[in-house]
Design a protein around this ligand. Structure first.
Ligand code: G6P
Length: 762
């Protein structure tokens, strides 16, 4: 239902999330279309008052806005001529090839550009009409890059986000576009511009630098205001999209799908190896390169048509665009040639299916396939790769993945990476994939599934919307933002507020000082398999550096608080000088200096030494012969890590570690896939209490306000040590004492930047 003046969340995308059909009596019917974007946004759309503005997919189809699937659907009408120029022309014959590394030559037509502008304006008008005061509008993809600017001109009160689902090209290619400056300005109408990969965001920021004279700092672009002074900030950042992993996983576990998978294998003659390709029939997908490699392998005798078969699903797409018609012809000639030459009665080399299938059939195909071939020449993300992984709860199957997909950036290591232009290299990998040892398959699939089952599409939309909601609205009576985020903005303001009363004189003692403290792993960094490889995300790094730099002028200090030992913490965080460092959950403290750390080494009593030795020996015995379990030792503690182990091994070793601790009279600490036992009794909370005193002494302040963020159960001790006036933010899911929650490191970085903004005197 709309609010009194419109909808609080408006999604604008080229297509509506439903397909229309004309009934026998000329009446219009619609069915939900199964796209990932709808699934992702449905819960947020239901919770906020959501409207979706989009095209129906058919020419001249005018329809009044209507309610369906818990949201308002607002159809935008396109004439046949506009479909030709805006959709088939400028979107899919100019921008699509240009943004995909000019695999096909882009066509530049001025009439197409005119239609693109006109249609973008129509989408912007429709969105402006639906949006409530101060609403959030989320615009999607390359078809609508002018909408953010047009919308801001119409409605400066809105928060505007844009997400680019396809690659953003290097400026050397983007620069070909006669309307490159207009596109950049169109996008910069948004507050947050999301991309699939860091590389895409970086390409965009480079294009801004090259084509405009706006100032950029890391991911932030500063737009000039009407007087040419620094005005609003635009953030360009990666938010890799995902799928509804749980739904796919569940679907693939149903008996119907499992039986259908067996049936498919039987229909194919139960070969030893089933290779599978699933793509929209698009020249970016590398379908020809794949078929060429496969044909050569048959020709070389390295594959045998009676023992291996290749199923290629190529769903029809953009059939009025010349390049797509040419592609279809080439692919079909190639398939015919390979089948004619190498097929035998009862044994096709390639099963080519020019259809789309419902998710149930796709899940069965994924289960039936030993090797999934994703060999795109360029792809923003590639969700087929993710669906394959989500379907394989049996931990079998091999994913061959092109280096030129967003998914490769995100999922490696795990897939077998290929360069699809290197036909010989690809042939070797196609053969190697089929003979991969089941144990190795399981190891890789587990790693892939761990990533995909947690980073799903709900998390994607949540991260994007929370970064967007942290943006300061431009012109606004009162923030009426999405969900609870408004309250976080209020808490930040209260936390950073200067105490009322006289202005502070120079050199006078401050009445308030601030300690911005945070956990590191999973909070300022993403969790990675190799703990040594963990680093702050670039956005978190920029925010931390800014806060540390405030210490020169203001009573503001930064602290990093971690379970890692102190030296390890200093090394991985590369903390700015002056940062307080708390290691081993509070057992070690120090301070970063220009050339290392200053700390008092941890002193253990002889009894503690003996305890520690017994602890380490006990842990090592418990971990022995369990795959993926390892023991780490620290100056005052021992840790068992189970991040890479199977569920059974992890459970067994956790029980054993608890027993070892109990026998020594020590208290185990349970974190994410770790059990840690310290011979020094302390906690992150205890460390924060001490730091509060240290900061008060150093700054002379009467009160120290603490901000603390953390993602793990051990951070709850820190939250528990906070007092009135402090601020606590939990990262990720799970029970917490913190007042606020954010999804990940990059969102936290936005909040830290806001703290720096608020604390910086204007
Ligand atoms: C890509 C684009 C989408 C588009 C989809 C299907 O994934 O990023 O915006 O909707 O292809 O293409 P179509 O032209 O049929 O909408």
């Amino acid at each position: 239902m709309p609010g009194k003046d419109g909808y609080d969340l408006v999604v604008v995308a080229n297509r509506l999330p439903v397909d229309f059909s004309v009934g026998p009596a000329g009446d219009l019917a619609w069915q939900r279309s199964p796209g990932g974007l709808v699934t992702a946004l449905e819960p947020v759309m239901r919770a906020a008052q959501g409207a979706w503005v989009g095209w129906s997919g058919a020419p001249d189809l005018a329809h009044e806005p209507f309610d369906a699937e818990g949201m308002r659907l607002v159809p935008v009408t396109l004439s046949a001529d506009e479909i030709e120029r805006y959709y088939e022309g400028f979107s899919n014959d100019t921008l699509w090839p240009l943004y995909h590394d000019v695999i096909a030559p882009p066509t530049y037509h001025r009439q197409w550009w005119d239609a693109y502008r006109r249609v973008n304006q129509r989408f912007a008008d429709a969105a402006a009409e639906q949006a409530a005061q101060d609403a959030t509008v989320w615009v999607h993809d390359y078809q609508l890059q002018l909408v953010p600017r047009m919308l801001r001109d119409l409605r400066p009160d809105l928060r505007i986000g844009f997400f680019d689902h396809i690659p953003f090209p290097p400026v050397e290619l983007f620069g070909q576009l006669p309307w490159r400056r207009q596109i950049v300005d169109g996008l910069l109408g948004a507050d947050v511009i999301g991309f699939q990969r860091n590389g895409d965001a970086a390409n965009f920021v480079r294009a801004v630098r090259r084509l405009t004279d706006y100032a950029t700092r890391g991911p932030v672009i500063t737009m000039p205001d009407a007087e040419g002074r620094p005005g609003r900030h635009v953030r360009a950042q990666a938010f890799p999209i995902s799928i509804d992993s749980r739904r796919f996983d569940e679907l693939a576990r149903t008996p119907e799908v499992q039986n259908r998978a067996k049936e498919i294998r039987a229909d194919l003659g139960n070969p030893e190896t089933v290779y599978l390709g699933v793509d929209r029939l698009d020249y970016t997908k590398g379908i020809r390169h794949r078929i060429k490699s496969y044909g050569e392998l048959l020709e070389d005798g390295r594959l045998d048509v009676t023992r291996a078969t290749f199923v290629q699903v190529a769903s029809p797409s953009r059939e009025n665009v010349g390049a797509y018609q040419d592609l279809r012809e080439h692919v079909e000639i190639l398939v015919g040639r390979v089948n004619g030459e190498f097929g035998e009665l009862g044994h096709s080399a390639i099963h080519y299916l020019h259809h789309s299938y419902p998710p149930e059939e796709m899940a069965a195909l994924y289960l039936a396939a030993d090797v999934m071939l994703v060999t795109a020449l360029r792809d923003g993300m590639n969700l087929v790769a993710k669906e394959y992984v989500a379907a394989r709860s049996d931990e079998r199957g091999v994913l061959v993945l092109s280096e030129f997909t967003g998914a490769a950036d995100e999922l490696s290591p795990g897939p077998l990476l290929v360069n699809p232009h290197d036909i010989d290299g690809m042939k070797d990998i196609i053969v190697a994939a089929a003979s991969m040892d089941p144990k190795e398959q399981r190891r890789r699939m587990r790693r892939l599934r761990r990533k995909i089952m947690t980073d799903d599409v709900a998390k994607w939309s949540e991260s994007f919307l929370s970064v967007l909601s942290a943006v300061q609205p431009q012109v606004s009576a009162e923030p009426r933002s999405v969900e609870a985020s408004g309250t976080l903005a209020d808490s930040l303001r209260a936390f950073a507020a200067q105490p009322a009363g006289r202005r502070r004189r120079r050199n006078a003692r401050p009445s308030v000082a601030w300690l911005v403290a945070s956990d590191f792993d999973g909070t300022l960094s993403q969790l990675v398999d190799d703990p040594k490889a963990s680093r702050m995300t670039p956005a978190a790094r920029a925010a931390a550096d800014r806060i540390a730099a405030l210490a020169d002028e203001l009573p503001v200090r930064l602290a990093l608080v971690s379970g890692r030992d102190l030296h390890d913490l200093a090394e991985v965080t590369e903390a700015p000088p002056g940062t307080f460092l708390v290691g081993s959950h509070g057992a070690e403290t120090g301070r970063a200096t220009d050339d290392g750390i200053q700390s008092v080494p941890l002193q253990l009593s002889p009894a503690q030494h003996t305890q520690l030795d017994a602890l380490i020996a006990g842990f090592e015995a418990a971990a022995a012969d369990r795959e993926g379990v390892w023991v780490q030792t620290k100056p005052g503690a021992a840790v068992v890590h189970t991040r890479l182990a199977g569920a059974d091994d992890a459970a067994a070793v956790t029980v054993a570690a608890d027993e070892v601790a109990a026998n020594l009279g020590l208290q185990p600490m349970h974190g994410k896939d770790v059990v840690e036992v310290s011979v020094v009794s302390t906690s992150k909370g205890e460390a924060l209490r001490q730091l509060r005193d240290v900061v008060a002494d150093e700054t002379g302040a009467q009160t120290v306000r603490i901000f603390y963020s953390g993602d793990d159960t051990t951070d709850e001790h820190a939250f528990a040590a906070l007092e009135a006036g402090d601020l606590a933010v939990k990262i990720g899911t799970g029970d917490t004492l913190a007042q606020h929650r954010l999804p990940d490191a990059d969102t936290l970085a936005v909040v830290l930047e806001r703290i720096a903004d608020e604390l910086t005197p204007s």
